[in-house]
Design a protein around this ligand. Structure first.
Ligand SMILES: Cc1cc2nc3c(=O)[nH]c(=O)nc-3n(C[C@H](O)[C@H](O)[C@H](O)COP(=O)(O)O)c2cc1C
Length: 327
């Protein structure tokens, strides 16, 4: 197996999976303006993929879920994240992820969304821990050693269950574990507690499993901070979620771009989004507008105007008008 995790220098930086945010166009922008060491796709439903491809026989080119799994080679190494609570679906999707050419596969065991938890997947797996272990085993069976497997989870469901939950995952020896240092109950509403990342590192070392990479996640707002947290906790890497909103240059070792440059990058992102012809509407771009257009004179008015747009041409007109008004 070519295991890219083994060749990463530490500390490494990872782009978090974020549904409706880290889609292919945003990832391509990130890869161009500040590439992290590892990228993740948004989560994709294994059951949905099975149903659309094998039951409905939907052609892959028309399948919205397959569109979510598109990526370009500049994003490598890229990990596809999946969710399901059914071992046979996990095995099915693992084989598909290999066929699609991903560098790794990740299982979501931390998502708190009702729609995911209702299926027994995501964070709900922390309540059915034996099933979670079975799912890891099914994923490995499907991957058949061709690409590495990783798991992303939290410290527990209602309370800190690190001592019980994480050894169960560690014993399955995934290539990497991302720990979002909060419980399911806490969502993202309290500061992440990185001391639990340090505890996980110690636990891994005590178990003699130093080949399992540990990635800490929660509240990282700069590369320097992510690296510092790795030094403090012994984690091999850090993962950035909300910190990268509106900042595809986050991982670059460069100055903050000027307002003009920021707006130009936003426009480029819009064009790329349109060219991808995703199944999602242009409205998805609006959460990006909110993040790009903030913290400068006139940003509030520009943001409000951008929220009313429905096409890239309209966005371009507004950006041009704004830039003219500044000179
Ligand atoms: C809009 C949004 C969508 C998310 N989607 C996913 C997802 O698809 N899979 C996943 O494992 N986590 C998902 N997360 C959680 C993030 O990956 C990350 O664990 C969390 O935001 C904490 O990191 P941060 O404090 O750096 O944002 C999502 C978070 C946000 C804000």
């Amino acid at each position: 197996m070519t295991n890219f995790w083994d060749s990463l220098e530490t500390p490494f930086g990872c782009l978090a999976p974020m549904a409706d945010v880290t889609d292919a166009p945003f990832r391509e922008m990130i890869a161009k303006y500040g590439k992290p060491d590892v990228m993740w796709t948004e989560f994709v439903s294994a059951d949905g993929l099975y149903h659309t491809r094998e039951i409905q026989k939907m052609p892959d080119e028309e399948n919205p879920l397959m569109k979510d799994l598109r990526f370009s080679s500049i994003e490598r190494p890229i990990v596809a994240q999946v969710f399901t609570s059914k071992p046979e679906m996990m095995e099915y999707v693992a084989n598909l992820i290999v066929e699609l050419g991903f560098d790794g596969m990740d299982i979501n065991m931390g998502c708190p969304h009702t729609a995911i938890e209702k299926q027994g997947a995501g964070a709900a797996l922390m309540k059915t821990k034996e099933l979670a272990v079975e799912l890891i085993q099914s994923a490995k069976k499907g991957l058949a050693g061709r690409i590495p497997l990783s798991v992303k989870t939290r410290i527990g469901y209602n309370k800190n269950e690190l001592e019980e939950w994480l050894p169960m995952i560690l014993r399955e020896e995934p290539s990497a574990i991302t720990l979002h240092a909060r419980t399911r109950k806490e969502m993202s509403n309290v500061p992440a507690r990185w001391e639990h990342v340090a505890e996980l590192v110690k636990m891994r070392d005590r178990m003699g499993l130093s080949h399992v990479r540990i990635i800490g996640n929660g509240d990282v707002v700069s590369v320097a901070e992510g690296e510092e947290k790795c030094r403090e906790t012994g984690a091999d890497g850090y993962m950035v979620g909300r910190g990268i909103f509106g900042k595809p240059w986050f991982f670059a070792d460069s100055e903050e771009p000027s307002i003009e440059e920021r707006l130009r990058i936003m426009l480029e992102h819009c064009r790329l989004y349109e060219s991808y012809c995703l199944h999602k509407s242009f409205a998805v771009m609006k959460k990006h507008f909110k993040a790009y257009v903030t913290g400068f004179k006139g940003s509030k008015e520009l943001r409000i105007a951008l929220f009313a747009t429905n096409s890239v041409d309209e966005v371009e007109d507004l950006v041009q008008q704004y830039l003219k008004s500044r000179v």
